[in-house]
Design a protein around this ligand. Structure first.
Ligand SMILES: Nc1ncnc2c1ncn2[C@@H]1O[C@H](COP(=O)(O)OP(=O)(O)OP(=O)(O)O)[C@@H](O)[C@H]1O
Ligand SMILES: [Mg+2]
Length: 809
């Protein structure tokens, strides 16, 4: 009878198996010995060893199990939904055995990991809990199991919509009733969820929400009702470090969560994070008003990750180095993080050229393209995704947010130095969530360092003058970044440095040669020495050199915020205020919109001044040998053309195979870059190429045609070719716009590749509509002024209305 019951109860959900990885350890780092943090209690089933409890074994187990467990399993049989009280009597404590059964049954893991069980038992007994577990440690299980073990709903606060989507999808696939509420859903879906919540017997077990939604008056009143009916069993705050201004990903909306304790009393709160230094830990506990919480801290150590740093300044070509490394590792899944979109495009272009299946992913791409990149990466059609830092971390809530749930990421590469150790830990922690050997590789470049230090330092000195309240946080940003620089540029075990930054003191022997500094200490020492020499040389010769990506790199607010990664998305219809006080509302509106802009402008002005200095310092007599290195070689020009050609092909495809002559257009676009920055040097030229690549990824047919129109006419003039052929091209181009004809434009003109020839002709070529830095700044100032005026107007309106409302009350 019981056997039958189980037979019927075999869930239709897919059974989780470990993702097969077609790499072996040697391809990642020969000789790097794995010492798993979870090896002892790791589920054998997760390793694909076929040890998942079979129905037969489960039946035998059941026969041995006590009465309570039998009841539990029978309930699970019926359980898809509605909510069952699987722990028997409501108040009864769920025993360990029952919880393990749930884990095995629903998730296919044989045992709890680390401190999972302690956390689960604590919250089930009604106690608050602060849970610090490493990335990929299995924090989600700490609230997912309680949702299955008790009648009622677990509310999960999550910083990213995509992360919620991911988890909900995975839970649903296991037959567990989970939903998320966000502005991205249709009102139909939202209404259905609300109906369920308001019904006498909601079927939901887990409800994921954003921090913005949770305190909106409407939603809060729904929560209060559910709470009053005794249906709320737990509040889980994922990525809880976002509540702390000391955390690396402070989210103002998280601060609103401090009101939860009072509004929903007697409900245990579970705060979860992987990245919290001691100060942040205390801050989280205090901010969430946790009462006598059980504080569970696991080691931050990720023993399956091999840490390594490479020095861009000592490499001939960092792009080629990365491409070679990825190729040598075989067809493994990887993420490359960059600080800016242009770098993303650049890196992706290089890797593709080297035959690596990869794609860029950033806010500059349209939604369709972004989701297709993600789909391709998740389904292994693409091996590498090259993304801005907003990808997959809980940082800036931008349109590119994405919860990465691939366990088999083998390599995480930072092509630029991350902003802080916490960010680095979180991002590199995306590697090896399946606990298999994986690799973190960081490319450290002096220019990247200077650029970041300049930005952070500049904002610090301004803050010091104004002695604003943000002073501390900007100082901290610089200190955080410098800690990352030390990680790269000082000798000693990398793992020890990471753990030390989280207050965990460990002997270097813990590393077991699983970082480059422990494995190849002499080599690393040699590199560092070479780096110091190079640094000293450059310091002597180019003390004021600052790299600015390019004038058109920073063409909108979204991009700037992505670069500095500090701004939080605002203006959401679900933005909340935890106070109904009218003045507070006005204040928060003023705070959220006004101060950030002058800060941005300050930075831009400083960069502009540096750009001017840079030009001044580049007068010929001041040029030295080192600057010759900055000359643009023919090879570089050819490479750039190739990159532009790839980008243009993609654009062509995107624009329904717009008929253009590829070669002529590429030559023209490359000439534009060369014309603009040929004399200035390699860095600016490269940036301009990257900027054009980026422009191509978003431009529309009209813009492209307009830009290329000047190509056909100007090149025709300059090179004195047959006028007819040029005008024919132009005519075809226009016609193509009207008729969407498939005719090709046969531009008979080829641009000169010789730089000498180009220089002699360049004065005739019309410049592209890419604004200079000054133009960009001036246009921004005008925009900002306009914005400020309209904000003032609307704030006045809001204020007047509120004052009126208050008077009426
Ligand atoms: N007890 C367990 N045994 C084996 N695998 C587990 C166990 N608990 C969780 N896992 C697996 O570990 C992986 C990581 O889990 P999860 O996403 O919850 O980690 P996390 O701690 O939230 O990580 P992050 O900080 O990156 O968000 C998941 O694939 C999950 O299925
Ligand atoms: Mg998580």
């Amino acid at each position: 009878m019981r056997g039958e019951g189980l037979e019927m109860s075999t869930p239709a959900r897919p059974i989780k198996r470990s993702v097969s990885t077609n790499h072996d350890m040697s391809t990642l780092e020969r000789g790097f010995s794995r010492s798993s943090g979870y090896a002892d209690n790791e589920a054998p089933l997760e390793r694909g060893l076929g040890a998942r409890p079979t129905l037969e074994r489960e039946t035998q187990n059941l026969a041995r199990a006590d009465c309570k467990t039998q009841e539990l399993l029978v309930n699970m049989k019926k359980s898809a939904l509605p909510v069952q009280n699987i722990c028997g009597i409501e108040k009864q404590k769920c025993g360990k055995e029952a919880l393990v059964k749930l884990l095995r049954w629903h998730f296919g893991h044989s045992e709890f990991r680390g401190k999972q069980l302690e956390a689960i038992e604590a919250v089930l007994s009604g106690r608050d809990c602060f849970c610090l577990m490493p990335t990929g440690g299995g924090k989600s299980m700490c609230y997912q199991i309680p949702a299955l073990a008790k009648t009622g709903i677990v509310l999960v606060v999550c910083p990213l919509i995509a992360l919620m989507e991911n988890q909900v999808m995975a839970l649903k696939a296991k037959g567990i009733a989970a939903e998320y509420l966000s502005s991205t859903q249709t009102s139909q879906v939202r209404n259905k969820i609300h109906e369920d919540l308001e019904s006498g017997k909601p079927s939901l077990r887990l409800l994921y929400v954003t921090p913005e939604l949770i305190a909106t008056p409407g939603f809060m009143s729904k929560l209060t009702k559910i709470h009053a009916r005794g249906l709320l069993i737990l509040i889980a705050i994922d990525e809880a470090h976002c509540i702390s201004t000391w955390g690396h990903d402070f989210r103002p909306s998280y601060r609103k969560l401090s009101s939860l304790r009072n509004r929903l009393p007697n409900i245990p709160i579970l705060a979860l994070t992987a990245t919290a230094v001691p100060k942040v830990q205390t801050d989280v506990i205090e901010s969430l008003c946790l009462h006598d919480p059980l504080v569970l801290k696991s080691s931050f150590n990720r023993p399956n990750i091999y840490y390594e740093v490479r020095y861009k300044d000592l490499l001939d070509d960092p792009y080629a180095d990365l491409a070679n490394l990825l190729k040598s590792c075989g067809d493994v899944c990887a993420i490359v993080y960059c600080l800016e979109r242009t770098t993303c495009d650049d890196v992706a272009g290089h890797l593709s050229k080297n035959g690596i299946s990869c794609a860029a992913y950033h806010a500059g791409l349209n939604n369709k393209l972004r989701s297709s990149v993600l789909d391709d990466w998740i389904s292994s059609k693409k091996q590498v995704v090259v993304a801005t830092v907003a990808f997959g971390n809980s940082g800036a809530l931008t349109a590119v947010e994405f919860g990465i749930d691939r366990k088999d990421v083998r390599i995480v590469c930072h092509f630029n130095i991350p902003k802080s150790m916490e960010a680095f830990y979180q991002e590199s922690g995306r590697a090896g969530r399946d606990q298999l050997p994986s690799r973190s590789l960081l490319y450290c470049g002096m220019d990247d360092c200077k650029k970041m230090q300049f930005i952070l330092g500049a904002s610090k000195s301004k803050k010091e003058q104004s002695s604003s309240s943000q002073d501390g946080s900007s100082k901290k940003s610089l200190a955080d970044f410098n800690q990352m620089v030390e990680y790269c540029q000082e000798s000693g075990c990398r793992r020890k440095k990471i753990l030390g930054s989280f207050g965990e003191q460990v002997p270097a022997s813990l590393c077991k040669k699983s970082c480059d500094a422990c494995k190849h200490p002499n080599l690393v020492a040699k590199y560092l020495e070479e780096l110091r020499t190079t640094c000293a040389f450059r310091h002597k010769n180019q003390s004021s050199r600052i790299y600015i990506s390019s004038s058109s790199n920073m063409n909108n607010e979204e991009q700037l915020s992505e670069f500095w990664n500090r701004d939080e998305a605002s203006g959401s219809e679900e933005d909340i205020s935890d106070s109904d006080d009218a003045i507070d509302v006005v204040r928060s509106l003023v705070r959220s919109s006004l101060p950030s802009k002058p800060r941005l402008n300050e930075k831009i002005e400083l960069l502009q001044r540096e750009e001017e200095n840079y030009y001044w310092n580049k007068i010929p007599e001041k040029q030295n040998n080192k600057l010759d290195k900055n000359a643009i070689s023919e090879t570089l020009r050819e490479t750039s053309k190739q990159r532009l050609s790839n980008a243009l092909k993609q654009t062509q495809q995107r624009l329904s195979n717009l008929p253009i002559d590829l070669e002529t257009s590429v030559s023209f676009l490359e000439n534009e870059c060369y014309k603009k920055y040929g004399k200035t040097g390699k860095s600016f030229y490269c940036s301009q190429v990257a900027s054009t690549v980026r422009w191509l990824s978003t431009t529309n047919s009209t813009e492209l045609i307009n830009r290329l129109r000047s190509s056909t006419s100007s090149i025709a003039e300059n090179t004195s070719v047959d006028e007819n052929s040029s005008s024919t091209s132009l005519a075809l181009l226009d016609q193509s716009l009207i008729e969407t004809s498939n005719e090709k434009i046969h531009g008979s003109v080829r641009s000169e590749t010789s730089s000498i020839a180009l220089q002699s002709n360049s004065h005739d070529i019309s410049l592209p509509p890419i604004p200079s830095f000054s133009e960009f700044v001036n246009s921004r100032k005008a925009q900002d002024k306009q914005l400020l005026m309209s904000e003032k107007k609307s704030l006045n309106g809001v204020h007047k209305n509120l004052v009126k409302k208050m008077r009426l009350q």
